[in-house]
Each structure stands twice: as structure tokens, then as C-alpha cells.
Design a protein around this ligand. Structure first.
Ligand SMILES: Cc1cc2nc3c(=O)[nH]c(=O)nc-3n(C[C@H](O)[C@H](O)[C@H](O)COP(=O)(O)O)c2cc1C
Length: 176
């Protein structure tokens, strides 16, 4: 089975309902030979990211999952900094930057606002905010996967379990 690397971009997992529960479900489902979860808030509370260690983890993986809560229609700043520091020229892009070629990139994210808010009050739906990440996958030679996402994280108590089920099903499907 493919090796799955989950990069958790939540800046405060100790205060999380959704993302913490989703990570726990993944760890319950997949054993440590298949799954590595890197909790950026624990590893880098000071935002001082160890690019070499992160790159080694990426090289080892077949599927890379970015797991995060939507903050201001984007990834949290800790995950943005991870992207900036880790996807270096010569590693992730450039003529010799081929380390990520052929790996699958899957975004898994949660949003506080409900689907009704996105559909009726906003000019853009939730997945419409992700083209920059799709281009990042293209530039780095990764295979873009349709994201797994949930609306209404603040209102639906069962949402983490439903999200985890969909994410696990997708991971099993693309691992085959
Ligand atoms: C700084 C900040 C910015 C946020 N921005 C958005 C946003 O742009 N859109 C949205 O739907 N929810 C937004 N939220 C709500 C979070 O996405 C929501 O609380 C989170 O997905 C729940 O996951 P958790 O329980 O793991 O923290 C924001 C929350 C915070 C703290």
C-alpha cells in the first residue's frame, strides 16, 4: 500500500474539534508503516521549520495530505510558511527539482461557515479558493486530487466523523 504523509497545519490542535478528531481517525485506521502525521504546531511552535526534515518525509511518501482549517479563505499561516520553506528551488521545482514528481497531493480542510453561507452569501464557493494549490501541484509535478472538505464546522457535531470517513475512503481508493 502507498505511504501516506499528513501535514497538519492547524496552529492549535489542543483547541481543535474537527482537525484533531480527523487526525485521530486516520491514526486509528492506518498503521504507522503506512501513515505518518506531522503536527506542525507541535514540531514548530516558533514557526522555525526544519526544511530538510520535512523534505525527507516528503521523499518517503506516495500521497501527501495537507490537513487544515480554513483561515481567511486560505491555509493557516503556519502551513503557508511550511509551503514556502519546504518546497525549495532544486527540490520541488527547477530543472533538478524533481523530488515530488508523481506523488499525489490531497487537500483536506474544514470551514466554519455553512454551505448555505458559501452558496447564498459569498461570491465564491469553498473549493474555488484552492487554485493556487492546484498550480503548486502542477509546478512541482504532483498529481492533484479532488479535495475533501467540510462546511459548517461550528454547527454540526458529527462532522468530524463524516469528514474522516470520506477522507479515509478517498485515501484507500487512491492508494490502490
Ligand atoms: C483566524 C480564523 C480565521 C477563520 N477564517 C475562516 C474562513 O475564512 N472561512 C470559514 O468558513 N471559516 C473560517 N474560520 C473557522 C475555521 O475554519 C473553523 O473554526 C475550523 O475549520 C474548525 O476546525 P477545528 O475544530 O479543527 O479548529 C476561521 C477561524 C479562525 C480562528
Amino acid at each position: 500500500m502507498s505511504k501516506i504523509l499528513v501535514i497538519s497545519g492547524h496552529p492549535h490542535l489542543d483547541r481543535s474539534n474537527m482537525n484533531a478528531a480527523i487526525l485521530e481517525s486516520l491514526e486509528d485506521k492506518f498503521n504507522g508503516d503506512i501513515l505518518e502525521v506531522r503536527r506542525l504546531d507541535e514540531l514548530y511552535p516558533d514557526f522555525n521549520i526544519d526544511a530538510k526534515a520535512e523534505q525527507e518525509a516528503l521523499v518517503d511518501a506516495d500521497i501527501i495530505v495537507l490537513q487544515f482549517p480554513i483561515y481567511w479563505y486560505n491555509v493557516p499561516s503556519l502551513l503557508k510558511k511550511w509551503i514556502e520553506d519546504v518546497l525549495e528551488y532544486g527540490f520541488a521545482y527547477g530543472s533538478s527539482g524533481t523530488a515530488l514528481h508523481g506523488k499525489k497531493l490531497l487537500l483536506s480542510f474544514t470551514a466554519g461557515s455553512g454551505a448555505d453561507v458559501y452558496h447564498e452569501k459569498m461570491a465564491h464557493d469553498l473549493p474555488d479558493f484552492m487554485p493556487a494549490f492546484q498550480e503548486t501541484a502542477a509546478l512541482t509535478g504532483m498529481e492533484w486530487q479532488e479535495p475533501v472538505y467540510s462546511y459548517g464546522a461550528l454547527t454540526d457535531a458529527d462532522l468530524a466523523a463524516k469528514h474522516s470517513d470520506r477522507l479515509i475512503a478517498r485515501l484507500v481508493e487512491i492508494s490502490a
